[in-house]
Design a protein around this ligand. Structure first.
Ligand code: KDG
Ligand code: MG
Length: 412
């Protein structure tokens, strides 16, 4: 079974998505997600100019060999653009192999280890009443675990808070639904770690008082703290029993997590900006984290992320795969099949896509009583309507960035 054609499809229904579609000489098709939020066209060029010509005529069954060929023959290694491109090829080939086998993809990864995947949703609010309303709306939808993000008094706009969004299309709406703004320049937001560290524990105390001790609560620090600040935050949140504190420091300095770990028992999750196992080596072997946050899309695909998660399993570290809206329905389906199969599944982030996105991507997954399941259709269970996709051309969009009060650029 040879790869006959490879097409890179760019569409922007509710936001930009990049999808690789492979077709074999016996007519099977496979999809892979190559979306890199705010840098989409770099992956399009990497695929169209440097990868597609290498794929034509290759045996579609040789997934591992193709992965190693693309990774090693480039000479230049790692990085989000390269690894998103390789991920798209890897996932599309798994989709094809599962269709050829006539099985849903999770069966080829070892079969189901559970009946469904516990998912968490994103609640936020400018104040406590708004946050409580938002938490209730997630509980009403069946979510069993909820991420809590809050505005901070004195700060105009920060990551993850719906109501105070600065981006035009999202003003007063679900900012955490789509932080990337369709515009020629990124939006500037503001940040003050001291104000944040003072405010956050009180918000978690209020949420626990309102909703009780049982519900798993999560929080995303979004890379904005130094190690000692993160250690302080983890410690101050201990009474509220978080499921995890995510990205408490900029993730590229793995050693920083040693200091955080020494000071707090709040579980730590990290890795949505990582792209290979090398980003995790110290974190996993020294048991400095509890959850691997990588997306299939940004970490070289199912083949590579499964190896990272198998490695993590030896250290009792579980999965917490990235699942915001910039992971396309194809990337989400890949995460669901992998999560269903591995033993060390932890939790799955899940923000539903918009109606236009769902008109471009037809999907078989279900979300019932807070649990995701990828469905039983052979392959990933996702198809792409090329005509619908063509109605929504690419639009320039950027993620926001932060400045401190004195004008210094800060991690967003
Ligand atoms: O593209 C960036 C977003 O995916 C990221 O900001 C979302 O931090 C995020 C999360 O935890 O979902
Ligand atoms: Mg995050």
């Amino acid at each position: 079974m040879k790869i006959q054609s490879a097409e890179v499809i760019v569409t922007s229904p509710d936001r930009n998505f990049v999808t690789l579609k492979l077709t074999t000489d016996d007519g099977l098709t496979g999809l892979g997600d190559a979306t890199l939020n705010g840098r989409e066209l770099a992956v399009v060029s990497y695929l169209r100019d440097h990868v597609v010509p290498l794929l034509i005529g290759r045996d579609a069954h040789q997934i591992e060999d193709t992965w190693q060929f693309l990774y090693r023959s480039a000479y230049w290694r790692r990085g989000p653009v390269t690894m998103a491109a390789i991920a798209a090829v890897d996932v599309a080939l798994w989709d094809i192999k599962a269709k050829a086998a006539g099985m849903p993809l999770y069966q080829l990864l070892g079969g189901a280890s559970r009946t469904g995947l516990m998912a968490y949703g994103h609640a936020s609010g400018r104040d406590l009443p708004e946050l409580f309303d938002n938490v209730r709306s997630y509980l009403d939808k069946g979510y069993k675990a909820i991420r809590i993000q809050t505005a901070v008094p004195g700060l105009r706009a920060i990551y993850g808070v719906a109501g105070n969004a600065t981006t035009e299309g999202n003003k007063g709406k679900r900012y955490d639904y789509e932080p990337a703004q369709r515009a020629d320049l990124p939006v500037e937001e503001d940040w003050d770690t001291r104000k944040y560290l003072t405010h956050l524990p009180g918000v978690f105390e209020a949420v626990r008082n309102e909703f009780g001790a049982d519900i798993p609560l999560l929080h995303d620090g979004h890379h904005r703290m130094t190690p000692i600040q993160a250690a302080k935050l983890g410690k101050s949140l201990e009474p509220y029993d978080l499921f995890w504190l995510e990205d408490c420091t900029p993730a590229e300095n793995q050693a920083a997590l040693r200091l955080v770990r020494q000071h707090t028992t709040t579980p730590l999750a990290i890795g949505e900006v990582f792209n290979t196992v090398w980003d995790y080596q110290t974190l996993i072997t020294e048991q400095l984290i509890d959850y691997v946050r990588s997306a299939v899309t940004h970490t070289g695909g199912i083949s590579a992320l499964k190896k990272i998660l198998d490695f993590a399993a030896q250290y009792q570290i579980k999965s917490g795969m990235h699942g915001p809206t910039d992971i396309s329905p194809v990337g989400m389906a890949a995460a669901m099949h992998l999560g269903l199969a591995i033993h060390n599944f932890g939790i799955q982030e899940y923000m539903s896509h918009g109606a236009l996105t769902n008109s471009v991507f037809q999907q078989t997954f279900t979300f019932t009583d807070g649990m995701l399941h990828p469905g039983e259709q052979p392959g990933l269970g996702v198809s792409l309507d090329v005509d619908e996709a063509g109605k929504y051309p690419y639009q320039t969009a950027y993620l926001p960035y932060n400045r401190l009060a004195d004008g210094t650029v800060h991690d967003w």
